[in-house]
Design a protein around this ligand. Structure first.
Ligand SMILES: [Zn+2]
Length: 128
């Protein structure tokens, strides 16, 4: 599914040479984003260096954006490798999750992103 999602312009927030960004459909917190490789690699460990570099730089950029635009108190940047580690989609992606004082700390309680919320957050995060 992540192989095709890059062509969905309504879903994509940012595009780079190596990767693209969408809002997670099942966010842990409001503004939870995913950095996804454009080419298919099962996980970050199997991706080439330039892809790892591009994805990491994008994740940092998003972390800064979450602090600036959504007032995140903290940011979690993480990736899961293999189903033992909790990887659900076997196409490499990095989670960038805003954390708020008093917010959930859990990875198991996830919400659902509505279309309205998706549009609103996309505007908030991508507007110049
Ligand atoms: Zn794929």
């Amino acid at each position: 599914m992540f192989c095709k999602l890059k062509d969905d312009s309504s879903a994509v927030l940012f595009n780079d040479k190596q990767c693209y960004v969408v809002l997670d459909k099942y966010p842990i917190e409001r503004g939870h984003m995913l950095v996804i490789s454009k080419e298919h690699y099962p996980d970050l460990l199997s991706a080439p260096d330039d892809v790892i570099t591009g994805m990491s730089l994008m994740a940092v950029k998003l972390g800064r954006l979450l602090k600036e635009r959504l007032g995140a108190d903290g940011v979690q940047i993480s990736t899961n490798v293999g189903d033992t580690a909790g990887q659900l989609i076997m196409h490499t992606h990095i989670h960038v999750i805003p954390r708020y004082v008093g917010g959930t700390r859990s990875f198991s309680k996830r919400g659902i992103l509505s279309n309205e919320e998706q549009k609103m957050l996309k505007k908030l995060l991508t507007e110049k």
